[in-house]
Design a protein around this ligand. Structure first.
Ligand SMILES: [Zn+2]
Length: 155
């Protein structure tokens, strides 16, 4: 049997791959631009259309929203937006990482007591800098027990 030896030109391969990825990005960008133009040109008509759809499918939309609210994805995004609203500042991918950590924490990080319920778990952050500090139980979060413990002062 004759062996076929591939002369694999790595540079060419990467050049080709790069070109493919770039063209994919360009395509996406072009599509987005044309969509934007179309929406601007047909604004009134599209608004009217979506309004009609909402009126005709009211029940369906409510049902869909209810179903979505029960999903973990919805709970996650609601919790994260709540944190953002309350002034937590993190680099963007860290919100998701912190949420996973938050969900998997079952004990208060200061008093080490187990959380009594899901509502007992609190994300504590510095209100001046927006930095994340601890996952706390309700009483530690309310009375700032951790501050007294850490700095040994009465604040
Ligand atoms: Zn605690």
């Amino acid at each position: 049997m004759k062996k076929i030896k591939f002369d694999f030109n790595v540079d060419f391969y990467f050049y080709f791959l790069n070109k493919m990825v770039l063209s994919e990005i360009e395509k996406k960008e072009r599509r987005r631009e044309s969509n934007r133009k179309y929406t601007l040109a047909n604004k009134e008509r599209l608004l009217e259309k979506s309004k009609q759809y909402r009126i005709a499918n009211k029940e369906k939309i409510i049902e869909k929203r209810k179903r979505y609210r029960k999903t973990p994805q919805s709970k996650k995004s609601t919790t994260i937006s709540c944190w953002k609203y309350n002034g937590l500042i993190l680099p963007l991918p860290w919100y998701s990482i912190l949420y996973d950590y938050y969900i998997n924490t079952h004990r208060c990080e200061v008093c080490n007591n187990e959380f009594k319920s899901k509502r007992d778990r609190h994300m504590d952050h510095c209100h001046e800098t927006g930095q994340f500090r601890w996952i706390l139980c309700c009483s530690c979060n309310t009375y700032d027990n951790w501050k007294k413990k850490k700095y040994n002062t009465n604040i």
